[in-house]
Design a protein around this ligand. Structure first.
Ligand SMILES: Nc1ncnc2c1ncn2[C@@H]1O[C@H](COP(=O)(O)OP(=O)(O)OP(=O)(O)O)[C@@H](O)[C@H]1O
Ligand SMILES: [Mg+2]
Length: 284
């Protein structure tokens, strides 16, 4: 018999334009092809993950009403054009959410609390959170809601700075008891493997973080950058291009690092109760 848990993974880096959204939508796409069920939660008011999965943002359909207690989170889940991928889209109002949530004492745990119902239902293998490029409340609350964080990173000068900020945040939450989140991995994105700078940065990151760095690296690839304007992950837009290939390899590595299905051994038939030891014959 197989049992399933739902893993919540935040894809985050406060640095903008490093490939967070591209990673979320293509990881979702590649996982869906291996029959994993995925819920993408778009927490960025820019709504790039929403549109990259072919959906149009709609007012009132996002995590926002659920965070404010005005709607059931389950009612915010939208089907995507793709089998096995559902989405909680973003909307512009999500930006205003920051201020309202900041006033609350429980601001760090709000995202975790609203997602708990979905997690408990165990319908999805993965809930992937696409975080905005900021250190605002939505981003920090998303990190605190996750079991693991994936940090996409471009192999460029100063890239390591963003990473140390993320590590500091993770350590702070865990020390405050607000969460028990772990750095799940670092994904090198938009890699131009023929530059020495890229190679130097990659070597430095591997030296610091060892196996936390995924073996797969995502190459810079034109088809990957074109795909969002067609409202599609590159994994579906051009399955044979290098970007799609890399994201499929990454999804395989990711799923091995984050198993959600476990074989439970069948219950053993009850052995007859052992006879009570014959104390009279016991020697001391
Ligand atoms: N492997 C790649 N090759 C080429 N272009 C890429 C690749 N990955 C992402 N891009 C492009 O780089 C830009 C930034 O990527 P993306 O939107 O995924 O980053 P982000 O970290 O989510 O940005 P933001 O911080 O604004 O949310 C986009 O135009 C995207 O299409
Ligand atoms: Mg983004």
């Amino acid at each position: 018999m197989a049992e399933k848990t739902t893993r919540v993974i935040a894809v985050a880096n406060q640095k903008g334009g490093v490939g967070k959204t591209t990673t979320v939508v293509n990881l979702a796409a590649a996982l869906s092809k291996t029959r994993h069920t995925v819920l993408v939660v778009d927490l960025d008011p820019q709504a790039n993950a929403t549109s990259s999965l072919g959906l149009t943002p709609q007012e009132g359909i996002s995590l926002y009403p659920a965070l404010l207690g005005e709607a059931e989170v389950a009612d915010m889940i939208q089907p995507s054009p793709y089998e096995n991928i559902n989405v909680i889209p973003s909307e512009v109002n999500l930006a205003g959410c920051e201020i309202e949530i900041a006033r609350r004492d429980d601001h760090l745990s709000v995202v975790r609390n609203v997602l708990q119902q979905i997690r408990d239902a165990r319908v999805f293998d993965y809930i992937l959170l696409d975080c905005p490029p900021s250190l605002g409340i939505l981003m920090t609350a998303s990190l605190a809601a996750a079991d693991g964080i994936i940090v996409p990173m471009q192999a460029e000068y100063l890239a390591l700075e963003g990473l140390s900020t993320m590590q500091r945040l993770i350590a702070q939450y865990n020390a405050s008891g607000a969460s028990n989140v772990k750095l799940n991995g670092i994904l090198m994105t938009m890699v131009n493997s023929n530059t020495t700078l890229a190679q130097d940065v990659i070597n430095e990151v591997r030296e610091h973080f060892g196996d936390l760095v995924f073996q797969t690296m995502i190459p810079r690839n034109v088809r990957t950058s074109e795909a969002p304007s067609y409202g599609q992950p590159v994994v579906f837009y051009d399955p044979s291009c290098r970007g799609a290939e890399a994201y499929r390899a990454f999804a395989k590595e990711f799923a091995a690092r984050n198993p959600t299905r476990f074989e439970v051994p069948p219950a053993q038939p009850q052995a007859p109760a052992a006879p009570a030891p014959d104390t009279a014959q016991t020697q001391d």
